[in-house]
Design a protein around this ligand. Sequence first.
Ligand code: NAG
Ligand code: NAG
Ligand code: NAG
Ligand code: NAG
Ligand code: NAG
Ligand code: NAG
Ligand code: NAG
Ligand code: NAG
Ligand code: NAG
Ligand code: NAG
Ligand code: NAG
Length: 546
Amino acid sequence: MSGLCVCLGTFLFSISFAYDNIALRNPAYQENRYTGLSEALSQASNAVDGLKTDLSVWGGQCVISGNNKKTATWWVNLTSILSIHHMRIYYRTGNAPWGPTNGFTPRFLGFSVYVSNTTDKSEGSLCFKDTSYTVNTIPPVINITCPMHGQYVIYYNERLSWTSFPSDEYRYAHNDLCEFEIYGCRIPGVYGTNCSMPCPDNNCRYCHIETGACQGCKPGYQGHRCELECNDGKYGEVCGEECGFCADLSYCNHVNGTCLSGCDAGYKGNLCRHECDLGTYGDKCNETCGNCQDLNECHHSNGTCLTGCRAGYDGALCKTPCPDGLFGPGCVDKCNITCRGCNRVSGLCQNGCLPGWKGDYCHIECDFGTYGDMCNETCGKCLDQTHCHHTNGTCLSGCSAGYDGALCKTYCDDNFFGENCKERCNETCIGCNRKTGVCEYGCRPGWKGIYCHEACDAGYYGKRCLQECSAFCKISRDCHHVTGYCTYGCKSGWQGKDCLEVCFDSFETFGFKYRQAELLRCFEFVLWKPSFEWIFRSLHNNIEEI
Ligand SMILES: *[C@@H]1O[C@H](CO)[C@@H](O)[C@H](O)[C@H]1NC(C)=O
Ligand SMILES: *[C@@H]1O[C@H](CO)[C@@H](O)[C@H](O)[C@H]1NC(C)=O
Ligand SMILES: *[C@@H]1O[C@H](CO)[C@@H](O)[C@H](O)[C@H]1NC(C)=O
Ligand SMILES: *[C@@H]1O[C@H](CO)[C@@H](O)[C@H](O)[C@H]1NC(C)=O
Ligand SMILES: *[C@@H]1O[C@H](CO)[C@@H](O)[C@H](O)[C@H]1NC(C)=O
Ligand SMILES: *[C@@H]1O[C@H](CO)[C@@H](O)[C@H](O)[C@H]1NC(C)=O
Ligand SMILES: *[C@@H]1O[C@H](CO)[C@@H](O)[C@H](O)[C@H]1NC(C)=O
Ligand SMILES: *[C@@H]1O[C@H](CO)[C@@H](O)[C@H](O)[C@H]1NC(C)=O
Ligand SMILES: *[C@@H]1O[C@H](CO)[C@@H](O)[C@H](O)[C@H]1NC(C)=O
Ligand SMILES: *[C@@H]1O[C@H](CO)[C@@H](O)[C@H](O)[C@H]1NC(C)=O
Ligand SMILES: *[C@@H]1O[C@H](CO)[C@@H](O)[C@H](O)[C@H]1NC(C)=O
């Protein structure tokens, strides 16, 4: 019986059907294999081995599925989406007469066949489902016409509830297929009984195997006859892909999505789907990010630093250095005006400070006692060192004794002394100390005391007040403290300002009366007595000098 079927099928095939069995020896799978037998006797691929002479378990030509299952699934992978015309299923008979008496007949009832592009039948299309056969009417070989495209053909049966079934053969789901033949074309894009005619529509990928009506376009095309290119920013398979960030969407290639006119700013790659690499942005990702706080946060299209700038930079792009006088992140910190060469990043004063200031940021006044550039000038002799002005050294509360000038660095002028040199030394003073006014080298003749403002004591005169006034002053020892001249003239018999000359007229005959008399007088009052010879010799000398 089965042999006849095969012969008949082969005969008809050679005459009417030029379609190939595209299932033959392709990968197959079943949900539950019957494990009580060797794999060779039960495996899924037995249904596509081309053998159907022994329809019992022992021939190794049938698929045997597990017992006591609620569902049974078997599928074959056509390895690509192919055009199917029809299928023929040979069920397991056990080589016994088919019909109500054959235990396998009830197992066949209720099966369905799906064509799908995945192994999931729910994603495919139902070709056939048995709803009407009975154990009396179901044949052991069933033809199913199903002109469809798909990659997987799925055989499925289920026994989800068995209460209504009369025997175990009914109660459980099986997929005991001895052969599953699928007739169609081995290559896509053709139709006709010989699979020799290309699909009539140019851009058609899958056309009806009999009529040639297009059932699926090549990638990039759409429309009933695939006459339209994908548009509206779509491309590819069934125009289902979204173009990337093309600069001009109308230049998004309808087949492969390549942006032929380049990408929007911030994107790269053929498809313009990749954001610019970190640290770059803009047109062709050609721009380098500015000094963003965090390089990763440079916006890939416009370069905006989303987390702000690093110290020293400003602007949305953080490419603008801080203006003079400002520093820090976002340039919000102010350099001190005393700062020279304020670093835009750190605020450090690279060229030092204005005079009077110190510290990295030039906000510290010079220490007490110093002032000026780099605080390296020493204050003068201010009356109060804390009042030495830190910028120019001016002594704000005046100078200490002996010093003068704004900086109190100059000594008092001669004859001045004391704070700010306001005191004048007595002109009788020799070596007036600029601080104290003390006359260090004594006084001019006639004066005494540390400041030389006291006249000599009565009776004394001259240098250091050591000389005694003449006893022959009218009032004895009453003389001028500087000159020694007697205040009221001389006692009688004495003459001269200091009253030390004797009024005496001898030697007048020599014509040198005055000098002789003077000399003689002098000598009389000096303790020393000169001889006459010495006197004459002196006189003679005097004459010659005159
Ligand atoms: C079906 O066959 C194709 C081609 O060999 C293969 O890429 C694919 O993974 C197979 N599918 C399954 C579910 O194994
Ligand atoms: C499989 O994919 C092709 C191409 O997309 C489509 O024409 C066909 O209808 C699909 N088959 C099923 C069963 O969905
Ligand atoms: C299946 O097709 C073959 C060949 O066309 C035919 O001999 C056979 O009767 C068909 N079976 C059914 C059940 O239609
Ligand atoms: C199919 O092939 C046969 C034999 O080569 C040929 O006679 C027949 O015309 C072909 N049919 C078509 C539709 O091409
Ligand atoms: C996409 O197609 C265009 C036009 O045929 C071609 O120039 C380009 O190289 C293709 N791109 C890729 C990535 O294949
Ligand atoms: C980046 O832009 C500059 C100036 O516009 C240009 O000279 C350079 O070639 C560009 N580089 C790239 C990789 O496009
Ligand atoms: C840059 O782009 C970002 C994100 O779209 C936006 O928030 C920001 O305002 C833009 N900046 C400029 C300067 O356009
Ligand atoms: C400079 O520093 C001083 C001391 O810290 C401060 O008082 C002053 O305000 C600062 N000036 C400026 C312009 O920052
Ligand atoms: C003071 O500053 C001047 C100029 O910068 C420098 O030449 C001099 O050596 C400094 N003096 C001291 C004591 O640091
Ligand atoms: C020094 O600075 C102080 C304060 O600015 C000022 O009053 C004084 O006149 C200045 N002195 C000189 C000599 O410039
Ligand atoms: C010097 O001292 C005397 C005595 O005290 C005083 O009279 C005189 O004015 C002083 N002269 C000067 C210039 O201070």
